[in-house]
Design a protein around this ligand. Structure first.
Ligand code: PA5
Length: 447
């Protein structure tokens, strides 16, 4: 595999005996997942997805991406949570966080409907002025407030600019196969639609049309992404954690959690990993944080955050462990220039590759944090490309499911996200919420 788990920096915190003792729980989690006998077993479509996907739709995704590339300057991707983070993570990781500023023959891609911010919406509308725009709205339910509001706005913009007929050629909808208001509306309006499979939850949907259409529109090789995920799906089938890095990661994070390490920081040394970190946070946070249990998923980009959070990680409350994304070959290099005046005293670095300095900074940081009482797990990634990223996405999804079952939660539901929505709708005056509204208003007045 192009990704390897290196757990030698956890050895002062965990013994071989600990690892042996958790093996039965891992084997049980493996059986639960593979036999589809556990909680949430109707949401396991992602397990075989890298090979068992709709090939006809995959071809349509490719064609649609080519059409988008030809017909617009800007693709606006509307969605939130699992209907947003995967596509953005892959685009920023493979292309760049500065993708929109690069010289390229693919459209700029902006993400909308992922906040409740008039500032963000107005800024994007201003950017779209005078540009040819296409829209991919992604919502399984079709009724999520943030994307639904953004879709109203961009649909109106496209209809005003191109007429109803013209807008129909520029609006692409990813939603439920058959049910839901968005599906019905799209069928009536004649929009091309793509499917969020019934058995794939939002946070596991990056390798469905949810992620693949925007990713392909950015010119990224979706065949390689799927091939990498397929390779991972074949590699991680043995329940034995001495032979299965993915399950071993799930096991180790549970062992550390049992020792009071309740926060996992996903650490990367590349700004292009920032949105991958966000995707990972949703995957683990929404899958495990329930029944008053779970590891809180946090993330950092080093060395940037060594200058802000480094102090806490080194020396603060010892509730942390780190999982470090160690990318060996980014495909980029930069030789540090010599300065004859040596004003900063850094001429000992002259001619050195900045990537090697980064790797050395990582080695020093790992050792310092381990000395400070923070176990470090390294995920070593041989190179940065679509195939290896596909492996990594699948590695994290599978580890998350196994880890959730070890923790004895349902990794595939998210009942907790409804509470804020109910309160928000009640306070906004949604019909049917009158009693809750008066309760909440009393509480707000008394506080
Ligand atoms: O993972 C999830 O289920 C959520 O993040 C959803 O994807 C998110 O709330 C968006 O929902 P929908 O696609 O129905 O608009």
């Amino acid at each position: 595999m192009a990704i390897q788990l290196n757990d030698r920096y956890t050895s002062t915190f965990l013994s071989e005996k600990d690892l042996k003792e958790i093996q039965p729980a891992v084997t049980a989690a493996h059986k639960t997942l593979r036999e589809k006998s556990g909680a949430g077993n109707d949401f396991l479509g992602w397990v075989n997805l890298p090979e068992d996907y709709d090939k006809e739709e995959f071809e349509r995704i490719r064609k649609c991406a080519a059409k988008i590339q030809k017909s617009c300057d800007i693709l606006v991707v509307i969605g939130i949570g699992g209907s947003y983070l995967g596509a953005r993570a892959v685009i920023e990781y493979i292309k760049s966080p500065l993708y929109n500023n690069l010289k390229k023959d693919t459209p700029d891609i902006y993400f909308a409907g992922n906040s409740i911010s008039s500032t963000a919406l107005n800024e994007l509308l201003a950017i779209c002025e005078g540009k040819d725009v296409c829209v991919n709205v992604i919502s399984k339910s079709g009724t999520t407030t943030e994307p639904a509001v953004a879709f109203r706005v961009f649909r109106a913009l496209l209809e005003q600019k191109y007429g109803k007929e013209g807008a129909r050629e520029r609006i692409f909808v990813t939603t439920d196969r058959a049910k839901g208001t968005l599906k019905q509306f799209s069928t009536d309006a004649g929009y091309e639609t793509f499917v969020v499979p019934d058995d794939v939850g939002g946070r596991f949907s990056v390798l469905t049309a949810v992620g693949l259409l925007p990713i392909a529109a950015a010119g990224i090789d979706i065949d390689q992404l799927m091939a990498g995920a397929a390779a991972a799906s074949h590699a991680y089938t043995d329940p034995d954690i001495t032979k299965n890095d993915c399950y071993r990661y799930a096991a180790i994070r549970n062992l550390l959690y049992r020792q009071g390490k309740t926060v996992e920081i996903l650490t990367a040394y590349e700004p292009f990993c920032a949105m991958l970190n966000e995707w990972w946070k949703q995957l683990y946070g929404e899958s495990e944080g329930k029944d008053q249990k779970g590891i809180f998923p946090a993330s950092v980009i080093f060395s940037t955050d060594l200058h802000s959070l480094g102090q806490f990680i080194q020396d603060g409350n010892r509730i942390l462990f780190e999982t470090v994304l160690a990318i060996q070959n980014t495909g980029s290099s930069f030789a540090i220039p010599n300065d004859p005046a040596n004003i900063d005293g850094l001429n000992f670095l002259s001619g050195m590759d900045l990537d090697d300095v980064k790797k050395t900074a990582m080695q020093g940081t790992v050792l310092a944090h381990v000395d400070g009482g923070v176990p470090n797990l390294l995920i070593e990634i041989s190179e940065k490309n679509e195939f290896v990223l596909g492996e990594l996405l699948y590695f994290f999804e599978l580890a998350c499911a196994i880890s959730g079952y070890i923790l004895e939660v349902n990794p595939f539901n998210q009942p907790g996200v409804e509470a804020y929505k109910k309160n928000m709708f009640a306070l906004l005056g949604k019909p049917g919420y009158e009693d809750l509204r008066s309760d909440l208003e009393k509480r707000l007045q008394n506080s």
